[in-house]
Design a protein around this ligand. Structure first.
Ligand code: 9D3
Length: 267
């Protein structure tokens, strides 16, 4: 790439391009037009495009699936349109750093995966449909197979949107407040504290007094305590890998000590 193209790319997309291949492009496009991601696209911070897989068929009926070899229920995504789509995108937009396939057979998508993908320049994300894609696509085209969790969906479009959303917000400038990105629960390994806004009393439910007190040190202490309590209560698994400040470490030990006492009482 020449210097001008490089400069223009940096100006236009922050050097981050994603192409999503789908048989439901309008569904994917609709979600990408809204919110933080929609704004980042409009501002040219990220370049996300949706590719209609049917554009890469060569028959009158634009068929993208076929019956499985060996029999069995459902249909399989044909290899030809997927290979042509990835090759066309690579030719137009440059060699992808990763070709991601969204599939229930993939590794679990986590914050660690999001951080890894956000450091790449060009991604292609393939949305699986039907029973899955021809295995030769996974073997010869795809670099990463990802799942978003252990529940059955009807296709890879929503998972692809989950991945692009999580990755895009880690790119510089996409989320206004960089500090808030750093403090996210899965970065630090702690859940967030509760949030309140006006009115101070709503249908008889009052906002905790400390938040209205204006004592910033006490507010910080309350929030820290709430983060620790909630994580311990709802997601104790996160505490095993959390990066805690020394104050949080002390507080957590205090919480555990209090809990031990009450354990003895109920003996
Ligand atoms: C009923 C079909 N199943 C037979 C054992 C397999 C199956 C194939 C395709 C189940 C779901 C799907 C569609 N899902 C995805 O493509 C998908 C997905 C998901 O369902 N859950 C979590 N992450 C993902 S990523 C792609």
């Amino acid at each position: 790439m020449n210097e001008r193209a490089q400069a223009s790319e940096t100006r236009e997309s922050g050097g981050f391009r994603v192409d999503i291949i789908s048989v439901f492009p309008s569904m994917v496009e609709a979600a990408l037009a809204e919110g933080v991601v929609g704004r980042a696209r409009a501002r040219g911070l990220i370049d996300v495009r949706v590719c209609d897989l049917r554009m890469f068929t060569d028959d009158r009926h634009r068929v993208v699936d076929d019956v499985p070899y060996g029999g069995g229920p459902g249909m399989v995504m044909k290899p030809e349109p997927l290979f042509r789509a990835v090759e066309a995108i690579a030719a137009e937009r440059g060699q992808p750093s990763a070709v991601v396939l969204m599939t229930p057979q993939g590794r679990r998508f986590t914050h660690v995966e999001a951080a890894r993908l956000s450091a790449l320049e060009r991604l292609i994300v393939i949305c699986g449909r039907y029973e899955g894609v021809d295995e030769r696509v996974a073997e010869a085209l795809v670099t990463d197979e990802l799942s978003i969790g252990d529940y059955v969906l009807t296709g890879g479009e929503l998972p692809a949107l989950v991945v692009v959303d999580a990755v895009a917000r880690l790119r510089p400038g996409v989320v206004g407040d960089e500090a808030s990105v750093m403090h996210d629960s899965f970065v630090r390994g702690l859940l967030d504290h509760p949030h309140y806004t006006r009115p101070a009393v709503f249908r008889g439910m009052a906002v905790p007094g400390v938040l209205i007190s204006g004592h910033h040190a006490e507010i910080e202490r309350w929030r820290r305590d709430q983060r620790l309590r909630r994580t311990r209560q709802r997601r104790p698994d996160l505490l095993d890998h959390a990066t805690l400040t020394s104050e949080e470490q002390t507080d957590l030990e205090a919480l555990r000590a209090v809990n031990k006492e009450s354990d003895h009482e109920s003996d």
